[in-house]
Ligand binder design. Structure first.
Ligand code: HEM
Length: 430
């Protein structure tokens, strides 16, 4: 895919969003071209209805309980459904869940089952627990910043952000310190990695390896309760008083552990890229560090780390004037929705002063909205505040990414997540 193809906005139909690695390099242009065609656009490769408009995405979030299933939330159209949808699609999903990848994780549950398990998890994320976690984050950030600050620069994801997001979620759950590194290493890559120019593959669930570990923690906590979230989970029951058992609870713990990792690390990296690529924004933020929360919201709007949210229509439904038949998959492209010019003025401009800076869909909306959003916002805010205090200038490394105006960045080859493969930054110490 050459630049020219997208610049003319008339060739994007030839590009398979779910298979072409080059899409990841030109995402905003690609999504804008698609929205120009239609905010609900049926792409020709898999027949997926791609949603790039805010109003249209909101219609899906509002109707997700009744018209859509989240069983394909993570994987979208790949691999194809193990059944030909027709008749009672909810019944078909129930019959075939075991053959659909990822469907034993909370984000893909539906209806009453989802509400019951989500309710149980929410109750464990108490104010007291989040407060204690925030205190830990302050100390952790201090240690991590101190470990790199004298170097005058680093690769921000591996040298800083990864450790931050892993240790924060490990602390929240109560994973023993000595196990944290090996848990991180046990996680595989994102399951939607693309291969080559034309290919794709759905890899194994990277959380599978963690299941046994979390099952072990939960068993141990039942025998020897502590004051931590794993103990709370081991002892928790659903709203109706039933205990879903440790196996399913271990899946919830694995998902929480996985969901809170790379997403937050990606957000840190994109935040640094904005600071480095927009010296005016950085200078302004340095004069008003209390505005870091709005800055983080604008980074979430500008570069949402979760790229796609997919749903399966369980009945015929109309979205934005487009008829979507029962059995079709819709994919909300967060990056497209977050730059919808009908919602955000001058959407390709980074501006944390915009009045509706929080109106993005980076954390999704409605019944499946991210449970970890307050935690992610907090850890990234604390990290940025500390870095801004300890430095007087943060820059993108020209040796790695080129001069301003001619930067090169590589993005992770997946259609699910949006992230930089590496970001090298430099700074002057304050
Ligand atoms: C910048 C960081 C993060 C981003 C961008 C993000 C994004 C998202 C999105 C878009 C969803 C909804 C998926 C859908 O509607 O299909 C989601 C769900 C979820 N997230 Fe996050 N997340 C982040 C951090 C975290 C953290 C730190 C945690 C854990 C503490 C977490 C836990 C969850 C859970 C449990 C769900 C499933 C909610 C449900 O289906 O009911 N996330 N996240």
């Amino acid at each position: 895919m050459a630049d020219q193809d997208l610049a003319t906005k008339d060739r994007f139909e030839d590009i398979d969003f779910f298979a072409d690695i080059e899409v990841t390099q030109r995402l905003p242009e690609y999504l804008a071209a698609m929205r120009d065609k239609s905010p609900v656009y049926k792409e020709p490769f898999h027949g997926v209805y791609m949603v790039t408009g805010m109003e249209e995405a909101m219609q899906i979030f509002q109707q997700q309980a009744d018209a859509f299933s989240s069983s394909v939330a993570v994987t979208g159209p790949l691999p194809p459904l193990p059944f030909a949808p027709g008749g009672d699609v909810r019944g078909q999903i129930a019959d075939h869940r075991g053959e659909m990848p990822w469907t034993d994780h909370l984000a893909t549950y539906d209806g009453a089952e989802h509400a019951a398990f989500r309710g149980m998890m929410s109750q464990l994320l108490t104010h007291k627990r989040l407060k204690a976690n925030e205190e830990y984050v302050h100390g952790l950030v201090e240690r991590l910043v101190d470990s790199v600050i004298d170097r005058g620069g680093c690769e921000i994801t591996e040298d800083f952000a990864h450790a931050l997001s892993t240790l924060v979620i490990a602390d929240l759950l109560g994973v023993p310190e000595e196990d944290r590194q090996s848990l991180l290493e046990a996680m595989g890559p994102d399951p939607t990695q693309m291969e080559g120019d034309q290919g794709f593959k759905i890899g194994p669930d990277p959380l599978v390896h963690l299941h046994g570990r979390f099952l072990g923690y939960l068993e141990e906590r039942l025998a020897n309760p502590r004051d931590d979230m794993l103990t709370g989970l081991a002892q928790a029951t659903l709203r109706d008083g039933t205990d879903p058992g440790l196996t399913r609870k271990a899946r919830l713990a694995c998902f929480l552990f996985g969901a809170g990792q790379d997403t937050s690390a990606r957000l840190v990296a994109f935040s640094f890229r904005v600071l480095g690529d927009s010296p005016d924004v950085q200078a302004k933020l340095r004069t008003e560090p209390h505005r870091v929360p709005e800055f983080v919201e604008e980074v979430l709007r500008f570069e949402p780390p979760v790229k796609t949210l997919s749903r399966l229509a369980v009945r015929d439904v109309e979205i934005g004037g487009v008829d979507i038949p029962k059995g079709a998959i819709v994919t909300i492209c967060t990056g497209g929705v977050n730059r919808d010019p009908r919602c955000f003025t001058d959407p390709d401009r980074f501006d944390y002063d915009r009045p509706n800076v929080r109106d993005h869909v980076a954390f999704s909306r409605g019944s499946h909205a991210c449970l970890g959003a307050p935690l992610a916002r907090m850890e990234v805010r604390v990290a940025l505040e500390r870095f801004l205090q300890k430095t007087s200038d943060i820059r993108i490394s020209e040796a790695h990414h080129g001069a301003p105006g001619a930067r090169t960045y590589s993005y992770e080859p997946t259609y699910l997540l949006h992230g930089l493969q590496a970001l090298h930054v430099e700074w002057d110490k304050a």
